[in-house]
Design a binder for this molecule. Structure first.
Ligand code: NAD
Length: 471
């Protein structure tokens, strides 16, 4: 077989979209309208560093505005380009639609290697980028709300919020201009872990559907499943940690930017992350064998492969050698379109990115609501629930004449705090979205796989919004 170049990220998203549309019955022209990005803003701006200047290039793409604001992360990476940002903006429209977060889709990126700059320089760059975007309406609580993505986190979101607020001091909702902020700056409990947590909840829901699990050849639940994880950043770390600590899955390999670690009896995710924080990579970690060619470790025989780092990691070059029974896309676009085709032919099930990593935008939605309502979730009802629980325990004890065991009494008396509510809302969202996808997969002609089914669910809702609104 001669190898041709794989589709670009945007071409790949569009081809997956076209495939799903071919199983639908949309009015002529509407499919094209939904597919294309509405606008893309590109900006170049200089920053002076002690007498020398550097010019930075950034983008913010707006895909679909059937709901406002539009929503999507901002990434900092040297490889950022317009094709990628448009693809990611499109995925955001479908992701928000799929999990019923009332947003259109957007994405932003700055072409920068954040590891090469100190904290103060990154703050200046972020504040300037924010001003450039906000001036043109590409950041605003009612129009366009960014969030963290690769290379950015709560710190950058805090700078964005502060810059926007200083530009709009009269806007009482200014803090809702960005999500993923530190909890002390208007953020919400559970946002940092949200995408990884969503991966866990999504996988749990997949394993609750035996008809979908059966083609993988796997049985049972997540316990004991052998997982290869690529990327131990925000998404990969929390996904790996929760799957290991709470579902008893075994992380047998971790692939990072400087190579991979392999240990057939399981790696301790927390310890690897600690090592990474200290040594800026996985090399030298004592609890596993180091493999310099990290990419080759994607081909390890395992139950679940979780790419949680970059796009285009599985391509037409290595897809035929993937030995996982299930591929769970925690990153955006880790498989090219051609790789998806190869895995489909090989009957390897893939849980698609814009479902599996939707936990981030789901909790961002909760944060945005919190900012607009100016009150912490649970603040009004927590003590009331606690009181009712305490009374319930008292009644039980009086009626039975026996004490309720302490562990049970504590649980019954617990009033839900913000983190409990966020996790509950996230779990419900991931379950409901999977069930919607499952329903389409098993009832519609010509859908065929989870990705196409997820697209059908998402596109139908967007199409309905346009039809009802009138374009
Ligand atoms: P991050 O920057 O926190 O982590 C990325 C990790 O990948 C880092 O640890 C980095 O060292 C590692 N990495 C870089 N190059 C690598 C390589 N060649 N091989 C293996 N590992 C490599 O980013 P993140 O926020 O965890 O995002 C990861 C993916 O998840 C991206 O595709 C992003 O778009 C997607 N995503 C993130 C969120 C979020 O809330 N952060 C939400 C949805 C989707």
């Amino acid at each position: 077989m001669t190898l041709t170049q794989d589709s670009s990220f945007l071409q790949g998203v569009n081809r997956s979209y076209d495939r799903a549309v071919s199983a639908m019955n949309l009015p002529p022209g509407l499919a094209e309208k939904i597919k294309l990005c509405n606008s893309v803003f590109m900006v170049r701006f200089p920053i002076g560093f002690r007498g020398r200047y550097e010019v930075f290039t950034g983008w913010r793409a707006v895909h679909s505005e059937h709901r406002l604001p539009v929503k999507g992360g901002i990434r900092y990476a040297p490889s950022v380009n317009q094709d990628e940002i448009e693809a990611l903006a499109a995925l955001m429209s479908f992701k928000c639609s799929l999990v019923e977060a009332p947003f259109g889709g957007s994405k932003g990126g700055l072409c920068i290697d954040p590891r090469k700059y100190d904290r103060d320089s990154l703050e200046r760059i972020t504040r300037r980028f924010t001003m450039e975007l906000a001036k043109k309406g590409y950041i605003s609580p009612s129009l366009n709300v960014p969030a963290p993505d690769m290379g950015t986190g709560p710190r950058e979101m805090s700078w964005i919020a502060d810059t926007y607020r200083s530009m709009h001091p009269e806007d009482i909702n200014a803090l809702a201009c960005v999500t993923g902020k530190p909890v002390t700056q208007g953020g919400i409990a559970g946002r940092t872990e949200a995408t990884g947590r969503g991966v866990q909840y999504g996988l749990r829901e997949f394993f609750r559907h035996p008809e979908d699990v059966k083609p993988t050849g796997l049985t049972g639940g997540l316990a004991g499943k052998r997982i290869v994880l690529q990327g131990l950043g925000n998404v990969g770390y929390y996904a790996g940690k929760f799957l290991q600590e709470e579902d008893d899955a075994q992380i047998i390999a971790i692939i990072e930017h400087d190579g991979a670690l392999v240990n057939d009896t399981g790696l301790d995710v927390e310890a690897v992350r600690q090592h990474m924080n200290e040594h800026k990579g996985v090399k030298g970690f004592p609890g596993g064998a180091y493999v310099e060619d990290g990419l080759s470790v994607l081909e390890t025989e395992c139950d679940i492969l979780i790419p949680a780092a970059l796009e285009a990691q599985i391509t037409s070059r290595n897809a035929a050698r993937i030995k996982a029974k299930l591929v769970a896309e925690a990153a955006n676009g880790p498989l090219t379109f051609e790789a998806q085709e190869i895995l489909r032919e090989r009957n390897i099930t893939v849980i698609p990115d814009f479902y599996l990593n939707a936990g981030g935008v789901t909790v961002s939605y909760f944060e945005w609501i919190k900012n607009l309502s100016h009150i912490r979730f649970g603040r009004m009802e927590r003590r009331l629930e606690e009181l009712r629980g305490t009374q319930f325990v008292q009644v039980l004890e009086e009626m039975t004449g026996k004490p309720v065991p302490k562990a049970w009494a504590d649980r019954l008396k617990h009033g839900a705090d913000e983190l409990d509510l966020v996790r509950s809302g996230l779990d419900d969202t991931m379950r409901k979205a999977y069930q919607d996808v499952h329903e389409v997969l098993h009832t519609r002609e010509g859908v065929g796989d989870l990705r196409s089914a997820a697209f059908v669910v998402a596109i139908e809702r967007i199409a309905l919004a346009y039809a009802e609104m009138g374009i």
